[in-house]
Ligand binder design. Sequence first.
Ligand code: AGP
Length: 613
Amino acid sequence: MCGIAGFIGERETVPLLLQGLKRLEYRGYDSSGIAIADDGALRVAKSVGKIAALEDKLAALGGFAGKTGVGIGHTRWATHGEPNERNAHPQLSPDGLVAVVHNGIIENHASLRAALEAKGHVFKSDTDTEVLAHLIAEERDAGFSLPDAVLHALRLVSGTYGIAVIDAREPSLLVAARKGSPLLLGLGTYGTFVASDVSAFVSGARKVIYLEDGDIATVRRDRLDIRTLDDVRVARTPAAVDPAAGAPEKGGYEHFMLKEIHEQPEAIANTIRGRLLPLDGTAKLAGLQLEARELASIENIVLTACGTSYYAGIAGAYAFEQFALIPSRVEQAAEFRYRNPIVRPDTALVAISQSGETADTLAATREAKRKGALVLSVCNVVGSTIAREAGRGVYLHAGPEIGVASTKAFLCQVTVLNMMALLLGRTRQLSNPEGTEMVKAIESLPELVRRTLEKEDEIRRIAERLAGAKDAFYIGRGYMYPAALEGALKLKEISYLHAEGYHAAELKHGPIALLAEDVPVVACAAKIPGHEKTLGNIQECRARKSPVIAIATEGDGDIEALADEVVYVPPCAENISPIPVVVAEQLLAYHVARLRGEPIDQPRNLAKSVTVE
Ligand code: AGP
């Protein structure tokens, strides 16, 4: 996902922009650039690749050092136009006096571009963003101030944007606007920051303002004005900056992903903290802002998400049905938003998103709201768009997840969904003793994960057997089915080894034709209902010569004879059984990717949060 960092104030501008962009690197990008206003002109530097290449470009161009005032910067994850310098942001107006950085997609950019070209505009890039720079320039040429020029231009565009704009002729202000792509203002003692993520300015700002869709902010050194696209002034209340969103460090691990795998016991402990009531055998989730009576009136649940969060949703749906007896289904967010789903007033939509910014999940949330559903969010990033628009939900409190491959978020999502199932169940037929049992199971999770992490050396050895494969299958049934899907996703997205997650019973309906001695199968075989059937599926795979790596429960006496390799994880209740199994799969994927020499934290083609459709 692209990153925006801007500043206006009394400090040297470029170092602050670069610091902000470096803190946004984890989001994944392929080019970057900055622009500052200097003595009636703009100084611009852009480069393909990492921020280090941009720093080299700044040094080669010269003239940026020591400059204070206003500037904007951007890390770009290409959507329209190849990753190259021409398409990197900032994009400029024809006269080179206005610079724009943009996150999102201008959906009508082609028609706007054609109309501008018909008037003689010449475009230098293939980006949708450059259209904005030209539209603003036209308004400036017509005599409008920069804030008004931006307002008029944005009224012409459809799609999503988070933008920051500067003009060499008005160096005392910066204009920022958002619609569908997050943008925040950081209020510091020596100036004001603009960014797409609070981590970009966490050390420089004490207060943060989350702009709302349609907001246009005019930021001066000593004043801030926010108005809507209808030109109505609005006030946005500043919030305290969460210091935990600070610059992420690897803590001695080689990769953020490994650090985040190993901090999962602590992450789950933070997720659970203060939310379980052992004596009452229930959970306390204040963020839902729902009385027991309202919880008891929910008659069906739709969980919606993408990727790893979608797989957590499958485990959540099983728990909702098992403990609260509420019909629950999971829908891929892009499907939900476009298929005109049936949603009734007694439907609760649970939107699951680590970043809280995934475009399809956000759109699904809006669609459910339009249809009158009760919308709840399960997000990790505080103040994220999905969390704010849902208005109620449960934060993971897992801490920043920097690795593009989601790890601790999955475990904490499954934990939160189980606590929600417990809470809902206790407004129905789940008894106090049964609830207390669930509380104990959830409370055991940090230790369960800790014990699984102790198997890393064994898993690293097994990874050597997988690292040379080209294709692999992951299989599981019941609560092991989402575990199989998640394990396959982890392996493919960081090691680039093709892996498919399949329901164990489904393999024989076609995919089994692919099994051979060079197609390993990872069997999620925790000792839960369906285990016997999975043992049979393992034998089917072995009969087709596929090597089988089983992830099984300690003390399982049957699996040893059936699998080529076995990773044993601690026993636990079936509703939380995906957690230790997925921890083993995370480590397996990590060590396979490491053996294959892949980058791991920022896999090719991927972004940490997919804020475009
Ligand atoms: C998971 O490892 C991937 N990075 C991806 O599937 C991710 O889970 C998906 O894009 C959803 O992201 P979200 O949880 O931030 O909405």
